[in-house]
Design a protein around this ligand. Structure first.
Ligand code: HEM
Length: 456
């Protein structure tokens, strides 16, 4: 018997109302401005594929076999969609996240060893220090409500800036943070419209951000890289050092300053908000289910005592890890991925034509009724045996050659911070203030995650 079993009618954590009627193009555009997730038809949580036409032909695929084909077996036929590039290129150039073909492959070969288990573990102390500072800040909210999402954004930004451009005079963390935030909020609303084929008059982000804070941020990053190149690596090499030392084993090619800068900014953009969201949603779920919170707290306190968690504690914190896994299922930060089909193909018996947009609605996949029992229910015990989960039914980090390069970095950080917080604080819901999931490039809690904080 599992401890988490509850009757069917028990309340479920915050979710998005998905579209139940087919939306015409104008309906889609209007919904897209409100909340991209509402565009994902309810049907996508019940059928393997849902197709439609909103200016362009599109298919939402939630069938694990088809997903394996798109992401792994036929990856060349399904490159990232034009829209992904439109949105991200102005900020992060033709870096790892957006590049295709040979231009992607050599960068992946340089970057892969940077994220080896050994290197990621060695960066653990940066995460431990950020967890400590987060606790110190949170202690000031003892007995009151705090926005845990804002707290987690601060913590994960400290980590990612410490392992990229840290210790460099003249690198203004706050300026970089503001530039990235501004960029994301400006581009957010147009993104999904493009996925479903928005008309040409929709403003494109490149025009919005070609000047101003983004340009200044790039200049600052370039100066930091040049300085580090001159000064040499830090005692524990960080991501910048590792990438600076990196070399493509095939061609011997190394990254130039602008290639390094674009990739490091990619790590910041791709890595900090996603990890903050994972933590914020995990904390919300812990407040939602006080029993699960108590169990995870017992585990964290038994392992840590008064210490802050470190990378070495990870194998001893399975319950904390399951909460993170379940949060990534229920609120995947990258709630949908998109690809543009290059060749004629067939997915789930349906014809795919070159140019069709193939949407991977991860949010719907993770709440699919054919793949998950009682999908809207929070139940970390689902992950007690990771082998029991179909690999292509659970894709918070994507899969195949383009799987998230920072997955183990993010998971290590999330477990360190969550275990430390749970060991030291009790978190409870604030009545009437449940977060509302909204898709803005990533799946965010509108208005934040407000929880009342009690120091233990
Ligand atoms: C919980 C946190 C994170 C989530 C949910 C996440 C999710 C994802 C997903 C879904 C993809 C694949 C996108 C696609 O196939 O269209 C991806 C790719 C990527 N992620 Fe993450 N990510 C996270 C953290 C990080 C971190 C911490 C870093 C770096 C420090 C990072 C760097 C990247 C990069 C560079 C890629 C592109 C890889 C390639 O195309 O070769 N991510 N991420």
């Amino acid at each position: 018997m599992t401890v988490h079993h509850r009757p069917e009618a028990s309340p479920v954590p915050a979710r998005v109302p998905l579209a139940t009627a087919p939306l015409g193009v104008f309906g889609s555009l209007a919904a897209g401005r409100r909340n991209v997730l509402e565009l994902i038809p309810e049907l996508a949580t019940r059928l393997p594929i849902v197709s439609g036409r909103t200016v362009k032909r599109w298919h939402m695929v939630t069938d694990p076999t088809a997903l394996r084909r798109i992401l792994r077996d036929r990856v060349e036929d399904y490159p990232k969609s034009v829209v992904t590039k439109l949105i991200l290129e102005p900020a992060i150039g033709d870096s790892l996240f957006v590049a295709e073909g040979a231009q992607w492959m050599w960068q992946r070969r340089v970057a892969a060893p940077v994220f080896s288990h050994r290197n990621v573990s060695a960066l653990g102390p940066v995460m431990t220090a950020a967890a400590d500072r987060a606790c110190a800040r949170l202690a000031a909210s003892d007995g009151r409500a705090a926005n845990l999402y804002a707290e987690m954004v601060a913590a994960t930004f400290e980590v990612i800036s410490d392992v990229t451009f840290s210790d460099n005079e003249g690198f203004d963390r706050q300026a970089v943070h503001k530039a990235i935030e501004g960029y994301i909020s400006q581009t957010a609303k147009v993104s999904f419209l493009d996925v479903v084929g928005a008309p040409a008059w929709v403003p494109r982000p490149s025009r919005l951000i070609a000047t101003g804070p983004m340009r200044e941020m790039k200049r600052m990053a370039d100066r930091s890289i040049d300085r580090r190149r001159a000064e040499g690596a830090k005692p524990v090499p960080d991501l910048l050092d590792l990438l600076l030392q990196g070399e493509d084993p095939k061609s011997g090619r190394r990254m130039t300053t602008s290639e390094l800068r674009d990739n490091l900014l990619t790590f910041i953009v791709a890595g900090h908000e996603t990890t903050a969201l994972t933590l914020a949603w995990s904390l919300y779920l812990c407040a939602f289910d006080e029993g699960a919170q108590a169990q995870a707290r017992d585990e964290a306190q038994a392992v840590l005592g008064d210490r802050t968690a470190t990378a070495a504690d990870l194998p001893h914190l399975p319950l904390v890890r399951r909460i993170v896994d379940e949060a990534l299922r229920m609120y995947p930060p990258a709630a949908f991925l998109s690809r543009t089909a290059q060749t004629q193909d067939e997915l789930c018996g349906r014809e795919i034509r070159p140019g069709d947009t193939v949407i991977l609605p991860i949010y719907a996949l993770h709440r699919h009724h054919l793949l998950w029992i009682d999908p809207d229910r929070f139940d970390p015990a689902r992950f007690a045996d990771p082998k029991a989960i179909d690999r292509f039914a659970y894709l918070p980090f994507g899969d195949g050659p383009r799987i998230c390069i920072g997955a183990s970095f993010a998971l290590q950080e999330a477990v360190i911070v969550l275990a430390t917080l749970l060991a030291r604080f009790r978190l409870a819901r604030v009545p009437g203030k449940d977060p509302k999931p909204v898709m803005i490039l990533t799946l965010r809690p509108e208005g934040g995650v407000w929880l009342s904080v009690t120091r233990l």
